[in-house]
Design a protein around this ligand. Sequence first.
Ligand code: ARG
Length: 463
Amino acid sequence: MTEKLWGGRFAAQTDALVEQFTASIAVDQRLYVEDIRGSQAHARMLGRVGVLSPAEAEQICTALEQIRQEIAEGRLPFRNELEDIHMHVESRLIELLGDTGKKLHTGRSRNDQVATDMRLYTRGAIDRLRALLRQLQGVLVDLAEREADTILPGLTHLQVAQPVTFGHHCMAYVEMFRRDSERLADARKRVNVLPLGAAALAGTTFPIDRWDVAHELGFAELSENSMDAVSDRDFLLETLAALSILAVHLSRLAEELILWMSAAFAFIDLPDAFCTGSSIMPQKKNPDVAELIRGKSGKVMGQLVSLLVLMKGQPLAYNRDNQEDKAIFFAALDEVESSLVVLTQMLPGLQTHPESMRAEAEKGFATATDLADYLVRKGVPFRDAHAIVGKAVRLAQERGLGLESLPLAELQALSPRIDADVSAVLTLEGSVAARNQHGGTAPNQVRAAIARARQRLGWERQA
Ligand code: ARG
């Protein structure tokens, strides 16, 4: 039987079932690098302020380094009796150093320790996510450039509305992912606060130097209230909320890829290497990667709700409920990271079918608004123009023609203001080229947006 590090006041051993129920090592072993880094900073500080001798601090830091290597190489066995990563590290330290190892936990508690570990971990995760978002934006910008002139029927209500370019559509997602990255960067400011020093909940009697630890660990601020520091998890909630919004964006893009690849749309094809087949239907090529991105996004939103509910009933300060934060947060993080990676790999292989997109835009009378705008420029009030074009659409529909194929004489019968120059506004290219304002779909505006995005991403334009 293992002697518990907290076992002094207990007469009986912990029930094995309870050890199994309360252990978190299976999940929090993932924090070992952060845990050891935090402990080293704490030990060095204790050495500097004289709570430990310089030699003791040095010994502890060296032994912690050895433990880090042991864990990295899978040489430290994990056991439920030792509960969590903090106890595993500390008990190994005591095994290695005896009494000196027993001094590490002076002036701190697992409550401020675990909060520190999670903040360090989350800060690193945010940096990784932002790098992945940058790569994804880069891939979308490249795709937008390749397809800057490709006509796509723009939809509202899933009905053909007005022509846009495929590149413009790609750039819409670049904007969404940019905001996701900014949200994460903003959350990072509130993540990057040092809780260590709060101890269990009330602070410590030892003359610790919190700024010393903060500087060593790269924290920009100290927590201002010890009770808040050990019980708050809103830094995780905020990050998870940003992840959920990001997951919504991933899901919407995935949904579009799925629709576009279906035979009913036939706008795109996704690379074979990123699709899967059916065990029964030999003809099938399914966009499973996109479907899973869409599916996983639902889990991420669920994880946000799980963490909100985990927190809502807790009185101050630390409660063991908080241990459950990790499984929730890590799961969401893993879903989003893997989705970002696979999507970024898949998108460069996307092929467009411009003829299908064009045919759909023509069938949907996508330039009807252009005709109305044309009449307005010729002096017809917009409402009247709207009605005239409505009639033109009905006529074209009856004939089975696109607006651009209606004979000029028939258009002139609807309004004498229509001249031969109308043909230019009825083409799909004319329509998109005319939307030539900042943020519009005109190919030269899309190229300008691409240039701005590349500048923002700090990338050189590729030849
Ligand atoms: N494993 C715990 C957690 O993740 C560490 C803190 C435990 N503190 C305590 N007083 N039991 O929250």
